[in-house]
Design a protein around this ligand. Sequence first.
Ligand code: F0G
Length: 350
Amino acid sequence: MLYPGIIKKYLDFLPVAETSIVTLHEGNTPLFESQRLVKELKLPIKLFYKLEGLNPTGSFKDRGMTYAVSKAHEAGFKAVICASTGNTSAAAAAYAARAGMQALVVIPKGKVALGKLAQAQIHGAKVFQVDGNFDQALNVVKEVAEHPKVSLVNSINPYRLMGQQSAAFEIVESLGDAPDYHFIPVGNAGNIVAYWRGYKKFYEIAKAKKLPKMCGFQAAGAAPIVEGHVIEHPETVATAIRIGNPANWKFAEEVAAESQGFIKAVTDEEILDAYRKVAQIDGYFCEPASAASLAGVIKMAQSGFFKSGDTVVCTLTGHGLKDPDQAIQQSPPPIPISADAQALLKHINL
Ligand code: F0G
């Protein structure tokens, strides 16, 4: 049987008219166990990565976008609009194309990774860039979304978070229960809320016997929740989470408290270190913002936080190819050689 995407798979939780379902068969992403990295860093845990970069547009946004665009289609909207650090706009553009709707996307100037911009453009979105950051772009789209034919598909749209719960459902189905801890990057703070709601639903219907502690990580230069105030000029190499005033701030704080978890910060150095490590030791290429969750795992492990045998799931939210510039900057350049084997052999040392 063809895998139908998350709406048909979890229709009880995601009701919509069958004829309005807009899907790219998102979801059903692998839960992949760390092997070499846990050994090399002597992490005492069972660590799993939820590989959300393997969704159709390369990030977890597809889970929320399939449902938000389906509901917009059902309600007769002609266009969807979002502000974005890149991934939401890529997903909005792709799902709008699939639905035959117009996508309007507003991005901060100069801070959107190349792959994400390319996606929004090739899917035919109208792309606007503001001379400001994500938070300012979000203010613009909230106003435009008052237009009767335009549906807002940022994570303040409740359907987005409902769709994104499906990642937690899949994790419980893969592990047979919830993990002890769930580590996740925090930007606009929607995804941490969505996972928690998903885990709680599966707990309530007895598909999970326990609930995880939700542990969110912001980038230190863009950590309003950690610092307790809006950051006017957020800065981080993890451009996807370069957000100074998250829309779901209050909900995210409630999730951290209710689940007995926390929201902390990791520095750009810690993020980039985890970004290289997961690529070079465990063989998976994620984008820098995604590595904030793994940077958090490493940092907490080094401070003796975990008990031996704890199960930890770490969401790697977006694919590394989204931001090729960063990968190239973090790696040695190609070695120029003449076109013969001897020239190459001089450089290897096995
Ligand atoms: N990781 C990636 C790769 C993201 O693109 C985002 C958010 C996050 C983590 C944080 O998730 O906002 O739910 O806390 N990207 C949004 C965007 C803001 O516009 O693509 P969150």
